[in-house]
Design a protein around this ligand. Structure first.
Ligand code: TXA
Ligand code: MG
Length: 339
């Protein structure tokens, strides 16, 4: 058991975090997407502590975080032209590239795959921790496996208190949904997980973009998938979430007709008054960025309120809305009602 400390992101705190990481400890750090649970990617024992603290399946690979392109040396076997183009456009930022793995990188990081996910986060404290420690940091989202990703230091504490020594508190995450995961191919990419770097934004670079079928549909636990994370039940609060598609009046009618005990509605700002059950706002209807930033916190609040059933308003899928929809669908374990 650890006596988990939560510290801010002053220069001194970042130096402390860097020291912990150099000693082979795990530290939760803020990024622009969600909080990550970081460890030295080059130290097998340190990386194993991540899997243990999260209760993460051993076959689910981790993303390695870097602060500059020089760090790629020893992590990837090659950095093809398409990757260079993507890095120039989106790094630092919420894009994880799946690239051929270097033999020097311990296999525990990539869960035995011959590829590795790399990302340069767009967050001052995250970049400074990497720079100060001089280490590439393996970091999955800092939640207990299966729970919604943490977008505030309090969420990390809720999940990992006693299991990790240190949390760097950088306040709420700006983006709120995890990075876009993209398999890099010659002249094209395949999106394995949608995020704030959207299909449309990547296409603007003149690259062909495909979305992996696993993004939009349920997979069997034993399915062969490119991104192992996609097969696990994800982002799920304790409550049963039902994703309800349709206009607001139909949504209200459906919720009010099915207002069982413990029912809550997850909806947009200004909509609480149309339902007879308590409402939790997760963003503004026409601002997908606000939905991305608010979704995971709203799911966690539903649990805190003791929600048994959550009827969720479906987001539009334009822009980062596609990532919001993808996470919602998983929180709902693919239970969708179309009105
Ligand atoms: O925004 C983010 O990406 C956050 C912050 C902390 O950077 N990290 C994050 O990591 O969401 P995690 O481990 O929770 O999700 C990583 C996803 C998983 O679905 C995993 O299966 C997939 O990326 N992934 C990692 N390495 C892969 C690889 N070599 N091939 C295919 N998928 C990979
Ligand atoms: Mg995760």
């Amino acid at each position: 058991m650890y006596d988990t400390k939560v510290i801010p992101c002053t220069e001194g705190d970042i130096a402390t975090a860097a020291e912990f990481l150099k000693r082979g400890e795990v530290v939760a750090i803020p990024t622009e997407t969600v909080y990550g649970l970081a460890a030295n990617a080059l130290n097998t024992e340190a990386v194993s502590k991540i899997f243990k603290a999260k209760g993460r399946p051993q076959d689910n690979p981790l993303i390695v975080h870097i602060c500059g392109l020089k760090m790629l040396n020893g992590l990837v076997a090659s950095f093809p032209e398409t990757a260079q183009k993507l890095a120039a456009a989106f790094w630092p930022g919420p894009l994880t590239m799946i690239l051929p793995k270097s033999d020097k990188l311990p296999s525990v990081v990539s869960a035995g795959l011959d590829t590795v996910g790399i990302r340069m986060p767009n967050h001052r404290a995250a970049l400074e921790v990497i720079r100060k420690s001089g280490l590439p940091l393996a970091a999955p989202s800092a939640n207990v496996s299966g729970k919604p990703s943490p977008t505030r230091a309090e969420h990390v504490y809720e999940d990992l208190e006693g299991k990790i020594p240190l949390i760097l508190d950088g306040g709420p995450c700006e983006v709120g949904v995890e990075s876009t995961v993209a398999l890099v191919l010659p002249g094209s990419v395949r999106i394995l997980r949608p995020g704030a770097v959207t299909k449309e934004k990547i296409e603007e670079l003149g690259l062909k973009v495909e979305t992996d079928p696993a993004v939009g549909q349920e997979l069997a636990e034993d399915a062969e998938v490119l991104s192992p994370g996609m097969k696990y039940k994800h982002y799920a609060p304790k409550a049963d979430v039902i994703l309800v598609k349709g206009p607001l009046d139909k949504f209200a009618e459906y919720v009010n007709n099915n207002a069982v005990e413990g029912a809550f509605a997850l909806l947009f700002a200004g909509e609480k008054h149309v339902v007879s059950v308590p409402g939790i706002v997760y963003g503004s209807k026409d601002k997908p960025e606000t939905q991305a930033a608010g979704l995971f916190d709203a799911l966690r609040r539903a649990d805190q309120f003791g929600a048994k059933t959550v009827f969720a308003r479906s987001p539009d899928t334009a822009g980062v809305g596609s990532a919001v929809y993808n996470r919602m669908l998983r929180a709902a374990a693919f239970k969708v009602v179309e009105l």
